[in-house]
Design a protein around this ligand. Structure first.
Ligand SMILES: C[S@@+](CC[C@H](N)C(=O)[O-])C[C@H]1O[C@@H](n2cnc3c(N)ncnc32)[C@H](O)[C@@H]1O
Length: 172
């Protein structure tokens, strides 16, 4: 009986210690991810995987591949698109952006993994805001603005404001 009690107390103490360590690890991981967003998870969206090549082929048709260009991607999502396009179109410097913090971490994880020189650190960008709040994007500084699959999931104000912003941030 005495032995069973000891075993029970031992298991209980071991369980409590393990729980304490797990909580501590969780805390460290949260702080690390906040300090180094590049350590986030590379999320994967099936739709992005399916449509990245057809979209790339449209880009190849309409974009000059000879001279250096500056591109902004609005609502980059997981980061799959921007990495795919940046690998294929090396003359373009890509600025990914996102509204959602978890997606921002995913984009940074892709950047850290692929280490492409033509992909800038992702910026937080809310398309419903005027371009003055778009993470330092300068007027008349862009040759290309890409926005895939966002209109249908965001309020109409996003589309209206974004169209107005385009006129300001695109190169004349
Ligand atoms: C359907 S996902 C598309 C993501 C990516 N472009 C793709 O095609 O895989 C829509 C994205 O729009 C983003 N989004 C929603 N509201 C937004 C806003 N106001 N400004 C910028 N992005 C927004 C979401 O965070 C989400 O990543």
């Amino acid at each position: 009986m005495k032995c069973k009690t000891h075993t029970f107390v031992g298991v209980f103490e071991w369980g409590t210690a393990l729980l304490g360590q797990l909580k501590w690890l969780h805390k460290v991981s949260r702080i690390t991810r906040r300090l180094y967003p590049g350590l986030g998870t590379m999320l994967s969206a099936a739709a992005a995987e399916r449509n990245k090549d057809p979209i790339l082929s449209v880009l190849r048709d309409i974009v000059n591949t000879e001279r250096p260009l500056q591109a902004l991607e609005i609502s980059s999502g997981t980061g799959q698109h921007v990495i795919h396009f940046a690998q294929a179109l090396r003359n373009i410097t890509w600025q990914p952006s996102e509204y959602d913090r978890q997606s921002l971490a995913s984009i940074e994880a892709y950047r850290a993994h692929y280490q492409l020189h033509n992909v800038k650190p992702a910026i937080h960008l809310d398309a419903s805001q005027p371009h003055q709040y778009w993470g330092g994007i300068q007027p008349e500084s862009l040759d290309l603005v890409l926005n895939i699959n966002m209109i249908h999931i965001s309020p109409l104000s996003c589309t209206e404001v974004r169209l107005l912003n385009y006129f300001s941030i695109m190169c004349p």
